[in-house]
Design a protein around this ligand. Structure first.
Ligand code: NI
Length: 129
């Protein structure tokens, strides 16, 4: 951490399996990298998240392992391992995972996981791993 309290990421490669092995809870994203005001987050889903949207941020969901259904009001898209989906700002969505899925997110640092909703699933202070 530098004098301004900002985490400076050293130039080291990141092993996704290694980072994903340090936590086991669901819907609790961790920060694995930062660049240009965006964050690379790692998260595991199992079960149903909450309907929400983001007014100002597009979100990228890249599936590392497993699969999940991205529900939207008019359709559902199943995203499998080694596929990604970009959820445009303003579009209501709800991720649902029947089994555990490992996901890499790429989105602006300002993005709150539950978007316009605040409930018990909201995570404001993300752990850096
Ligand atoms: Ni979202």
């Amino acid at each position: 951490m530098n004098f301004a309290g900002i985490i400076i990421y050293t130039m080291e490669k990141v092993n996704l399996a290694e980072k994903l092995s340090v936590f086991s809870d669901y819907f609790n994203p961790r920060i694995a990298g930062e660049l240009n005001g965006q964050q690379v987050k790692l998260v595991k889903f199992k079960g149903e998240f909450v309907w929400h949207h983001h007014d100002h941020e597009d979100e990228l969901f890249y599936v590392v392992k497993g699969s999940f259904d991205m529900q939207m009001r008019d359709r559902t898209i199943t995203v499998n391992a080694r596929e990604f989906l970009i959820m445009p700002r303003g579009v209501e969505h709800k991720p649902v995972a029947k089994e555990e899925v490992e996901i890499m997110l790429f989105e602006p640092a300002t993005t709150l996981n539950t978007g316009n909703i605040e409930n018990e699933l909201t995570v404001k202070n993300l752990q850096k791993i």
